[in-house]
Design a protein around this ligand. Structure first.
Ligand code: URA
Length: 238
């Protein structure tokens, strides 16, 4: 295992600034596997148990969270009209500078991944990744019988924008359906439904790859993902 400076690991947890981390270490308040380590430059593996001032320190290099994105929030930096989803994160996570993996429209809700792992975010969002993302759609009219075939054939808009074939599954409510896309182009689901002659009234992302939105997660709340849950994103597509 790669060894890293203790002050870096402590600051990287988002709990302390680098200088606070150094002060705590020098004061003997940081224990590694129960023993005080007083040199900020001491190198340790991330598999060690670290506490600072009696609190457990999260030594993970990267963290992965699921948010149930609420309506009227944006996935980019705040634009004045709507607050950014990152502003909803608890303080320690904001300090870790998590960012959203891909974008959901301001009016869209549901499963949003947040991480500080750029390579992971790229793997999930790259068009060639082919990871299916499934959305629950409420349309302004009953889902037409021909909509599934239209989406399955691949839609091309008048401006030449071409969408890969997508899957539409009607739900019990005649105005609701599930739409699964693999690209994640701007307004993709709304444009696909518009190409069928409908309008999306509500859009909720319910899964990314094999990872489903936790139905217990309140809008705006986040949940840390286990390694297994993270790997589901690339596996067992729903
Ligand atoms: N498709 C859309 O139209 N909007 C989203 O936010 C995601 C997919």
């Amino acid at each position: 295992m790669e060894l890293e400076r203790l002050d870096r690991i402590l600051a990287g947890s988002g709990m302390y600034t680098r200088s606070q981390a150094r002060d705590l270490i020098r004061a003997g308040a940081v224990l590694v596997d129960g023993t005080p380590v007083r040199r900020p430059e001491e190198k340790i593996g991330r598999d060690r148990t670290v506490t600072a001032a009696g609190e457990a320190v999260d030594t993970a290099r990267y963290v992965y969270y699921m948010m149930n994105k609420p309506r009227d929030t944006i996935c980019a930096t705040e634009d004045g009209a709507y607050p950014a989803v990152t502003g909803l994160l608890p303080r320690a996570l904001r300090a870790r500078r998590l960012f959203p993996v891909g974008r959901l429209d301001a009016d869209a809700t549901g499963l949003l991944l947040l991480t500080d792992d750029g390579a992971f975010a790229h793997r999930v969002t790259a068009p060639r990744s082919d990871i299916p993302k499934t959305y629950r759609v409420l349309a302004d009219r009953p889902v037409g019988k021909e909509w599934a075939a239209t989406l399955a054939a691949g839609v091309v808009l008048e401006d030449g924008t071409a969408y890969r074939p997508a899957r539409l599954t009607p739900e019990e409510d005649p105005c609701r359906c599930l739409v699964t896309v693999t690209e994640g182009k701007f307004h993709e689901v709304k444009n696909l439904i518009a190409a069928c002659g409908g309008k999306v009234l509500c859009l909720e992302r319910v899964s990314v790859g094999g990872l489903a939105l936790d139905k217990m997660l309140m809008p705006g709340a986040v949940k840390r993902l286990s390694e297994e849950e993270v790997s589901l994103v690339f596996r067992d597509f729903l």
